[in-house]
Design a protein. Structure first.
Length: 196
């Protein structure tokens, strides 16, 4: 039927195509002041709805996932996606913006842990895959689209660090703890290295 209406030379098919085209191109002429008022009302309503979604649904939902959390925890209007069972420990004034994913793999540890330090911020579309432990220090900024993996060995980002998805030579210098010793590991975040 759709193919007939799209390709046929029959008068009924041609009429259907004209009606569809007129429907898709239909618009109402609106004076500019009225258009601005409509936009203002829409944006105000959206802001109010997002405020209540964030305060009444997403922040309490993320707090329910946390084993412990400090004061001033703020999330956006998206509830972080958490897969598997593990511990999330959030410090004071942690900010989580946009959609993030947290995946726990009990293959490496009975209680995988994600620890987020005080005043740290996690950006949109960041992903954490925790086998044993990932520790984000105090005053860290995890930019958008970062993938952090802490599989066999614990992984850590020291205090006052920026972890960003890089291109080419832009890399993040991060600390990894391995067998009780601390050494520095250069990790190409753009290729989503195995450790943070």
């Amino acid at each position: 039927m759709y193919r007939w209406a799209a390709l046929s030379d029959h008068w009924a098919a041609a009429t259907l195509r004209r009606v569809r085209s007129a429907f898709l191109q239909f618009s109402v002429p609106v004076p500019h002041p009225l258009a601005k008022l409509t936009l203002t009302v829409y944006l105000a309503g959206r802001t109010v709805v997002k405020f209540f979604v964030r305060v009444l649904l997403c922040q309490p939902g993320f707090r329910a996932y946390c084993s412990s959390y400090g004061k001033g925890l703020v999330t956006s209007t998206h509830l972080p996606w958490v897969h598997g069972k593990g511990r999330i420990v959030a410090g004071d004034h942690v900010r989580i913006y946009g959609r993030i994913s947290i995946m726990f793999a009990v293959r490496y540890s009975a209680e995988p842990t994600l620890e987020i330090g005080d005043r740290s911020t996690i950006g949109h579309n960041s992903t954490f895959v925790i086998g044993r432990r990932i520790t984000i220090g105090n005053d860290c900024l995890i930019a958008n689209d970062v993938i952090a993996r802490g599989r066999e060995q614990p992984a850590a980002a020291n205090d006052n660090r920026l972890l960003a998805r890089g291109r080419g030579e832009r890399r993040s210098r991060l600390r990894r703890e391995h067998r009780g010793q601390r050494d520095y590991q250069r990790s190409d975040v753009d290729r989503a290295a195995n450790d943070v």
